[in-house]
Ligand binder design. Structure first.
Ligand code: BG6
Ligand code: MG
Length: 211
């Protein structure tokens, strides 16, 4: 019997995935790399430095660790400028009402995001109040597809992985959920992924799994 839901943030609760794309595009364009939305899909759920490695692999030049760190730092500065514009209305009523209803039905809710910017996003969008726990890029050493962020989320909720659903838009996130022994629910690109246990087409469909 399930007792909790662990939510990815970017691309599930809010659409910061578009901001990630815009910020990486500045760096990729300057380097002359063919970075498009298809490549961007491969960055979903993976850490900042791993995202950069994927983008740089589009070309054949190598960069020192210092150069790579400078690029990732610049991307994050651009991304944070975009985040600054975020406001509560950037989260849909459908998401808010569904989170509220899951709480009313007695489920424990946690965030399970690779992003180190999670606290800023939760604050800007006024989403923090729905969650009993937050597991994010600041409390992990291995990013998705490693299950660490979800295992910590379950632990923070006091639940076993078998008692939690993972809600994800990324293949890397579904892989992480499966590896951790969770039941996965996929939305957006993850709804089309073969390893997803339960695909959904819209956020409120989650209520079908929360009797
Ligand atoms: C994930 C995003 O939520 O966070 C990835 O899907 C991103 O695209 C990762 O790379 C890390 O984010 P941040 O905010 O720590 O750079
Ligand atoms: Mg995501």
């Amino acid at each position: 019997m399930k007792k909790g839901f662990i939510f990815d943030l970017d691309g599930v609760l809010c659409f910061t995935d578009i901001y990630h794309f815009k910020a990486w595009k500045v760096i990729a364009d300057r380097l002359g790399l063919p970075f498009d939305e298809k490549v961007n899909d491969r960055l979903r759920g993976v850490s900042r430095m791993e995202s950069l490695r994927i983008i740089l692999s589009l070309g054949d030049k190598t960069y020192t660790d210092e150069e790579q760190l400078a690029m990732a730092t610049e991307k994050n500065e651009i991304y944070r400028t975009l985040l600054n514009e975020m406001k509560p209305s950037d989260v849909s009523n459908e998401v808010r009402e569904t989170l509220e209803e899951l709480r009313n039905r007695g489920y424990k809710l946690s965030i399970g995001s690779s992003s180190k910017n999670t606290p800023t996003i939760l604050e800007k969008t006024d989403l923090a109040k729905y969650f009993d726990a937050v597991s994010d890029g600041n409390n992990i050493t291995h990013s998705k597809p490693d299950p660490e962020v979800f295992l910590k989320g379950a632990q923070f909720l006091g639940l076993e992985p078998s008692e939690c659903y993972i809600v994800e838009d990324a293949e890397a996130g579904i892989d992480a959920g499966v590896a951790g022994g969770f039941t996965t629910i996929g939305i957006g690109p993850a709804a089309m992924y073969s390893k997803t246990h339960h695909p959904i087409s819209t956020f409120k469909d989650l209520l079908n799994y929360a009797k």
